[in-house]
Design a protein. Structure first.
Length: 398
């Protein structure tokens, strides 16, 4: 199964979906009173409560959530937005589709944005930073928030891969001015396709809502327009009722999903022997990691690559359109060497999947939340064997 929420789809998702089918109200505006009757509105409210965010807008994908978040913050033509070179291509595409210029920045050992490199790339045109909580791990949000505040920039959290994660006790997606999540099947919980954008300010929520609903105000209720709001044409990125009904059932299972994934991750970490020539990815807040992926970074690139090959896996630079050099959309900018530290870290890192199994993410190899201790021990032994037989005493890798 792709993600841990997908694996738990069952009776409650079915009965919520049947409730939708019983009325055939497939979109929120078929209700006389969407605020109180719609599953989409209920999903937004439940997410707001669960994550402690004042404003949530459910949309039809994580990509739509990113575009909605950026548009709500007023990002557009001529603006520069700093984004890591290690992320899914959607984080970069969302910026480009609004007419803004994505400025790629380095990651650090956590495999998330390096704050010092972000600061170095700020120009007079920079308007926002997109911090991506990659592979379930929180970015250094204190440092990024300070940089954003000191330079009057917006901070957007792309938490697509980290629903339910936290940073110093605050839910990911709520520390920035806006946050974006995906509910595709590879994510913590799923609606098939779907996403949600969070906003910390009503003004930005209003603009984001209007963007995903062809210029309509929240709830299509006229009259609460914030000062200075400029009407937008917007797009139709709305979440359908069926997706939201399934999402409500999945959200009820979030704590169980996180508990099971983190428990499996901890059992794997206990069984795993990390060699002296490698280390576990450091964390900005280990308690807030969703636990979906364990990353091991080797000292030597060749050692990592040989180990990955023996496991039938790959190093993270080979994870499709999650690495800027593989994103053909970037044209000339898709060249190794543009972000040397990112290249180096990803070439030396292997992901072991725990809750999310996605070959495109380099995390196709590993365990799953229901793995028994024997299965986990077998994977740990296979890993240890691959590590040992991939290194040579002389330091060369035959
Ligand atoms: C970091 C990141 N951002 C954005 C997205 C886009 O989400 P979606 O596939 O729902 O459009 C993804 C999905 O893979 C992602 O991993």
């Amino acid at each position: 199964m792709p993600g841990p929420g997908y694996d738990k789809i069952g009776q409650s998702e079915r009965s919520n979906a049947e409730d939708v089918l019983s009325t055939w109200a497939l979109t929120r505006y078929l209700f006389a009173d969407p605020e109180n009757q719609s599953w989409v509105r209920r999903f937004e409210t439940n997410i707001s409560v669960r994550l402690d965010s004042p404003h949530a807008v459910a949309v039809n994908s994580g990509t739509s959530a990113l575009v909605t978040a950026l548009a709500g913050l007023g990002i557009g033509t001529g603006d520069e937005v700093i984004v890591p070179g290690y992320t899914y291509v959607a984080s970069i595409g969302a910026i480009a589709h609004l007419g803004a210029t994505p400025i790629l920045a380095e990651i650090n050992g956590t495999l998330t944005l390096d704050p010092a490199d972000v600061a170095a790339r700020i120009t007079s045109r920079t308007k926002a930073i997109v911090a991506v909580h990659m592979l379930g791990a929180p970015c250094d949000l204190d440092a990024l928030r300070t940089i954003a505040d000191d330079n009057s920039l917006a901070l957007v959290e792309d938490a697509a891969q980290s629903f339910g994660g936290s940073y110093k006790g605050r839910s990911l997606g709520t520390v920035g001015d806006a946050g974006a999540f995906s509910f595709n099947p590879y994510k913590v919980i799923t609606t098939g396709e779907g996403g949600v954008a969070l906003f910390s300010r009503y003004r930005d929520y209003y603009a984001g809502y209007a963007f995903q609903d062809q210029g309509w105000p929240p709830g299509r209720e006229l009259g609460n327009e914030p000062d200075g709001y400029k009407p937008t044409f917007g797009l139709n990125l709305r979440m359908p009722e069926l997706s939201a009904a399934i999402g409500c059932a999945q959200l009820d299972k979030l704590d169980e999903v996180l508990h099971e994934v983190r428990d499996a991750r901890d059992r794997l970490l206990e069984a795993l022997e990390v060699p002296a020539t490698a280390h576990l990815r450091p964390s900005n807040d280990a308690a807030g990691d969703t636990g979906n992926v364990v990353v091991i970074t080797f000292d030597e690139q060749a050692h990592a690559q040989r180990t990955a090959t023996k496991l039938g896996s790959k190093t993270l630079d080979d994870s499709g359109r999650h690495f800027y050099a593989n994103m053909i959309q970037l044209g000339d900018r898709a060249q190794r060497g543009a972000l040397p530290r990112t290249d180096d870290l990803l070439e030396r890192s292997i992901a072991l999947s725990v809750g999310v199994s996605d070959g495109h993410l380099g995390s196709g190899y590993g365990i799953h939340p229901n793995s028994t201790n024997d299965e986990i021990n077998a994977i740990a032994a296979e890993f240890a064997n691959a590590v040992a037989t991939s290194a040579t005493i002389s330091g060369s890798y035959a």
